[in-house]
Ligand binder design. Structure first.
Ligand code: GLN
Length: 473
C-alpha cells in the first residue's frame, strides 16, 4: 500500500531519492513466511521505514544528496540500520535532504527539491525534509532523520508530524555520515507520539562502535508512553518570545501552554539568558566540525574524482603557456597534479552551501582566529548548557515554539543564507546542550499550514519527554 502511495504522489512531493521497492517486498515476504511458521518477530515487523540518505545501508548507495557521494556504495550497515533490520522493519526507501544535512529547507539537495505535502509551493523544512514529507504524505508511517541543529524537529513542525531528537549519545552514530560530530543525533519521525516512541525504542541504546555512545541501557518507552505524568512542571521561557516570532505561532504555543494547565500541569517561568547566542554559537561550532569532517572527501579516499585526463591536459597546457612566457612566478603558481586533483574534485563535488560551511569552518579554526571564534563558541556553549541545568532544577520539561514561523515558500530564502540560519533559533540549543527535544503538531495557521510545539527535557529523559508530549495530543 505504501509503495502504491509513493507511486501516486511522490512525483509531486519528491520525498524519496530512491525507492527500494523490490527489496521492501522481499523483506515483507520473508517476514510473512516467518510469521506463518510461527516464529517470533521483531517489534517493527512489516512496518515500512523511510531512511534519510545519510545512513549506511550495506550495498546501497548513500548519497547525502551530494554529487560527491552520488556513486558511493555503503560497505557496511550503520548501527541504526542494523537495529531496524533486526526489528524486522521494511526499509522502503532513501529520503531527500539538504546536502550533507546542511540547511533547513531541503533545497540544498544536489538532486531535487522536496515539496511540503500541505502546500506544494512550500518547503518541507530541512535538512530531513524528505523524511518529514514522506510521513506527512502517508508514503511511510515511520521515518529516520538526523538532527544537528534542528533537522528533525524543524521539518516535523513544518510538515505537521512528530519528530524527536534524542539525547546526544543515546542513538549510535556509527555508519552515519558525519556533519558536526559533537551535535549530530539520529532520531525518529511518525504521525503520533506513540509511533515515535516505538521507533525510538528500536534504534536507541549503547553501541561499542560509537565512542560517544552513552553507556546506559535505554529503557523501552512505548509500554509507558500513554501514561500521563502527574504533577508535571512545564517551563515557559520569556526569551522564546523573541522578535520575529509569528503571531499565529505565538497564539498556538500559548494555547499549548493552556492545554497543559488544563491537564493539571504547573506552569513555571524559567530563564535561558544565553538563548539569544545560540545561533552565533552553533554557526561557529557546526561549520568548524564540518570543515574537519569533510576533509576526507578529496577525490582519492572517497567520493567524486574529477576527470583526470582532462585535468592533466589542462595542467600541461598551463605549464606550457607559462614556460613560453618564462615567468617563473607563474610557473610556481601552477599547482601540482595532486593539489589540483583535490581542488577540482571538491569544487565539482560540493554544492554552494557545503562550500560556504567549509570556508566558515576553516576560517573559524585558523591560527590567530580560533581563540576569538571557535574557543569562544565552546565557552558560550557551556553557558547555554548551564542555563538549562539551572532551568531543569525548577521544571520537568521546557515548552516553546519549534520554529519562528510556518513553512516558507520554496526559493524564498535560497539567496539569503543568514535568514535561513535564523530560522534555527529555537532548535540549535538542544544540540549545543545535548538535550532530548521533540516537536509535536499544535494547530494550524489560518492559511492551513501546520505549527509545531517543542518540548525539551534533561539529558537521557526521553521517557519523560515522550510521555509529556503524548499528553498534549
Ligand atoms: N539548519 C541547520 C543547519 O543548516 C541544522 C541542520 C541539521 O540539523 N542537520 O546547520
Amino acid at each position: 500500500a505504501h509503495l502504491d502511495r509513493i507511486t501516486a504522489v511522490d512525483d509531486r512531493v519528491g520525498a524519496f531519492l530512491k525507492v527500494t521497492g523490490e527489496r521492501a517486498l522481499a523483506q515483507a515476504a520473508a517476514i510473512d513466511k516467518r510469521r506463518a511458521a510461527g516464529e517470533s518477530l521483531g517489534p517493527l515487523a512489516g512496518l515500512p521505514v523511510a531512511v534519510k540518505d545519510v545512513l549506511c545501508d550495506e550495498g546501497e548507495i548513500v548519497t547525502c544528496a551530494s554529487r560527491m557521494l552520488e556513486h558511493f556504495r555503503a560497505p557496511y550497515d550503520a548501527t541504526v540500520i542494523a537495529k531496524l533490520k533486526a526489528a524486522d522493519a521494511v526499509l522502503i526507501g532513501r529520503t531527500n535532504m539538504d546536502e550533507f544535512a546542511m540547511g533547513g529547507s531541503t533545497e540544498n539537495s544536489a538532486f531535487q527539491p522536496t515539496h511540503n505535502p500541505w502546500d506544494l509551493a512550500r518547503s518541507p523544512g530541512g535538512s530531513s525534509g524528505g523524511s518529514a514529507a514522506a510521513v506527512a504524505a502517508c508514503e511511510a508511517p515511520l521515518a529516520i532523520g538526523t538532527d544537528t541543529g534542528g533537522s528533525i524537529r524543524q521539518p516535523a513542525a513544518l510538515c505537521g508530524v512528530v519528530g524527536m531528537k534524542p539525547t546526544y549519545g543515546r542513538v549510535s552514530r556509527y555508519g552515519l555520515v558525519a556533519f558536526a560530530s559533537s551535535l549530530d543525533q539520529v532520531g525518529p519521525f511518525a504521525r503520533t507520539v506513540e509511533d515515535v516512541a516505538l521507533l525510538y525504542d528500536a534504534i536507541a541504546g549503547h553501541c561499542d562502535r560509537d565512542s560517544t555512545s552513552a553507556n546506559l541501557e535505554a529503557k523501552p518507552t512505548a509500554p509507558v508512553v500513554n501514561e500521563p505524568l502527574k504533577g508535571l512542571r512545564v517551563g515557559v521561557v520569556p526569551e522564546h518570545y523573541a522578535e520575529g516570532l509569528d503571531p499565529e505561532v505565538k497564539a498556538a504555543i500559548d494555547a499549548g501552554v493552556e492545554r497543559y494547565r488544563d491537564l493539571g500541569a504547573e506552569i513555571v517561568e524559567v530563564h535561558l539568558p544565553h538563548a539569544a547566542h545560540g545561533i552565533a554559537t552553533y554557526y561557529v561550532i557546526a561549520p568548524s566540525e564540518a570543515s574537519s569532517n569533510l576533509a576526507r572527501y578529496d577525490g582519492v579516499h572517497y567520493g567524486h574524482r574529477t576527470d583526470e585526463t582532462a585535468m592533466h591536459a589542462e595542467l600541461a597546457a598551463e605549464r606550457k603557456a607559462a614556460a613560453e612566457t618564462g615567468d617563473k612566478a607563474a610557473i610556481k603558481k601552477i599547482d601540482t597534479a595532486l593539489v589540483r586533483l583535490y581542488r577540482k574534485s571538491r569544487t565539482e563535488g560540493f554544492g554552494p552551501e557545503v562550500q560556504r560551511r567549509i570556508m566558515l569552518g576553516v576560517y573559524a579554526l585558523s591560527e590567530g582566529y580560533a581563540d576569538a571564534y571557535y574557543v569562544k563558541a565552546l565557552q558560550v556553549r557551556r553557558l547555554i548548557r548551564q542555563d538549562y541545568d539551572q532551568a531543569f532544577e525548577k521544571v520537568d520539561v521546557i515548552l516553546g515554539p519549534t520554529t519562528p514561523a510556518p513553512a516558507f515558500k520554496l526559493g524564498e530564502l535560497t539567496d539569503d543564507p543568514l535568514s535561513m540560519y535564523l530560522l534555527d533559533l529555537y532548535t540549535v540549543s538542544a544540540n549545543l546542550a545535548g538535550l532530548p527535544a521533540i516537536s509535536v503538531p499544535c494547530g494550524m495557521s489560518k492559511s492551513g499550514l501546520p505549527i509545531g510545539l517543542q518540548l525539551m527535557a534533561p539529558p537521557l529523559e526521553e521517557e519523560r519527554l515522550l510521555r509529556a508530549a503524548r499528553m498534549h495530543e
